[in-house]
Design a protein around this ligand. Sequence first.
Ligand code: ARG
Length: 260
Amino acid sequence: MKRIKRLVSLGFILSSVSLALVGCGTDSTTGGEGGGDKKYIVATDATYAPMEYMDDKGNIVGTDIDIINALAEELDIEIEFKNYGWEPLFSAVSSEEVDFAVSSITITDERKETYDFSDPYYFANQLILVPEDSAVTKFEDLKDKRVSVQINTTGHKVVQGLLGKTSSKIVAVESMPMAISEMLNGNADAAIGDNAVILEYKKNNPKVALKTVEDEEFEKEFYGIMVKKGNTEILELLNEGIAKLKENGKLKEITGFDVE
Ligand code: ARG
């Protein structure tokens, strides 16, 4: 009896080891394989509804994901999304752990020093989210307030411009949902982020008494797909795909507007 048990558990260990090995083999498709059946690994921060987020079943979904899937179809390439989170996705691109990143990433001069970006495929601007009874009516009103943002986003930069780069009034956290929580629990007077995401939060939480505040000071931002600097091969491929999606109207079908 004892022996049987031992055999059973040995069998279990062996099968878990082989399962783990199978896991290793199929995943590492970045580079190496060559030829047409390469699978492109795409990093994202899937906490950013409606752009990239997890559905109830744990699938990565959203507008950005639809765009990349449409692009993959145009180019006849295979894609796999991986949820890295916001800050880690930048190093994943630099280290070539992934082929590119899509995550509502605004094309900025600062980022262009370290990364290359595809042609723009979407535009956005910052939007302020405050409690419904807040007296804030414009960006300037946040001058002496605590403001929460997702760390190292364009929203973070914009707030640094108003409050000072190292201001202790800036509550910079890992994700946009966390930034919104900081405002809801009173650690911040306002949250700032990309308009689509702020509006989606408000829409999905009608019982929370919130309002949004726009300001003309917020510049138009363009999203691009981010690749390692100098990776012209992927960049050209992505731009070819984006051009096709613009031409055949599929990009507009997904986003609802033209991006030039
Ligand atoms: N567009 C902003 C930026 O590039 C925020 C993007 C955040 N994206 C995300 N998936 N969390 O800085």
